[in-house]
Write a protein that binds this ligand. Structure first.
Ligand code: NAP
Length: 332
């Protein structure tokens, strides 16, 4: 059925890709309403060969829309999402505003699509990008062999912090190449030629909020409240696509060959694991593509027979955000 769709934050890293995903996937759109801040009102974006004019998003911008894809920060989503629901739309929200609300489903379509049907608040949350990229390959392994414990380290691209962060990495890299002084405004530290612990705040337990999101959101998505999950999240000087080193302990015995077999038919997964050529997933492999690339599939030698190690790469603006949101809209 054809829908009236709104995108809030259409000028941002995620919003731009939402527009591209709707077009590429032939999403049945009647009206597409494109919204951003007052700064962008009047600017144009292209969709299916037509120019659309961006309007300023306000709480009264949502009348007549069936689905609103929200690609703004959590504070703005808290203001706009309830207003869009009041106006009759279902909201798919990319921010962290509602993810852990028990009345809001948190959906990765390859994992828990059925949960999208029950949405008492009219809002469906899109998980954190690192969470989605981990969940897509770990879920089929968990279904087959019951994951007990997951230890993950991330290598996260600048674009995870939005368009201004991408621009800062590009500009500081150019400045570095010219020997000019490096100035940062988006990130707290120089990212070019460097890396640092994820730039989200550190809680009293010593974990930054990105790490805590990976633990809590995965438990909610998998319906596994007791799963032991611990993350270390790091920002690296990559423009786009996150990588993750994932170690999983299973209840049932598992071998790398069995894991390869399971992953070879798992939705949203592509295996890239050429041991002879020492070729495994890189951010550039995943950039602009829908799948999560999985490689370095090997036994955890510290846990023979029950432990597995993987290295994955996924485009966090696509599968980690815009694509996942459009897939949720397709479920509707
Ligand atoms: N980037 C990722 O990889 C990623 C992954 C998963 C989830 N997310 C989440 O997705 C959301 C968007 O992130 P992003 O990376 O796309 O950020 P971004 O590139 O900084 O874009 C932010 C968008 O929000 C709009 N905006 C700002 N203030 C607004 C206001 N008062 N009213 C309406 N629109 C406003 C901006 O419009 P103007 O251009 O007019 O300022 C822009 O379109 C965030 O919640 C983020 O945490 C991002």
């Amino acid at each position: 059925m054809v829908k009236n769709v709104g995108i809030v934050g259409v000028t941002g890293a995620v919003g731009q890709e939402m527009l591209a995903c709707l077009e590429k996937r032939n999403f049945p759109v009647d009206e597409l309403r494109v919204m951003a801040s007052a700064r962008s009102a009047g600017k144009k974006v292209a969709f299916r060969g037509k120019e659309l004019t961006i309007i300023e998003a306000t709480t009264s911008s949502f009348g007549g829309l069936d689905i609103v894809l929200m690609a703004v920060e959590a504070d703005q989503s808290k203001e706009f999402s309830p207003a869009a629901v009041m106006a009759g739309a279902v909201v798919v929200d990319n921010s962290s505003a509602f993810r852990m609300d028990p009345e809001v489903p948190l959906v990765v379509p390859e994992v828990n699509p059925e949960t999208a049907k029950v949405r008492p608040k009219g809002i469906i949350a899109n998980p954190n990008c690192s969470t989605i990229i981990m969940n897509v390959p770990v879920w089929p392994l968990h279904k087959a062999k019951t994951a007990k414990r997951v230890i993950v380290s991330t290598y996260q691209a600048a674009s995870g912090a939005g368009k201004p962060a991408m621009e800062e990495l590009e500009n500081t890299t150019k400045a570095w190449a010219k020997g000019e002084p490096i100035k940062t405004a988006v990130f707290p530290y120089q990212l070019c030629m460097n890396l640092f612990s994820h730039n989200s705040g550190i809680g009293p337990d010593g974990y930054n909020s990105e790490e805590t999101k990976m633990t809590l959101e995965t438990r909610k998505i998998f319906g596994a409240p007791d799963m032991m999950i611990a993350a270390t999240c790091v920002r690296v000087p990559v423009l786009r696509a996150h990588c993750e080193a994932i170690t999983v302990e299973f209840e049932k015995p598992i071998t790398p060959d069995e894991a390869r077999e399971i992953l070879s038919s798992a939705p949203g997964v592509k295996i890239l694991d050429d041991r002879k050529a020492n070729r495994s997933p890189q951010p550039l492999d995943a950039t602009g593509l829908d799948e999560v690339f999985v490689g370095r599939i090997r036994e955890d030698v510290s846990l023979p027979g029950r432990g597995l190690m993987l290295f994955v790469a996924g485009d966090q603006i696509l599968k980690g955000a815009a694509l996942n949101a459009v897939q949720i809209a397709e479920l509707l």
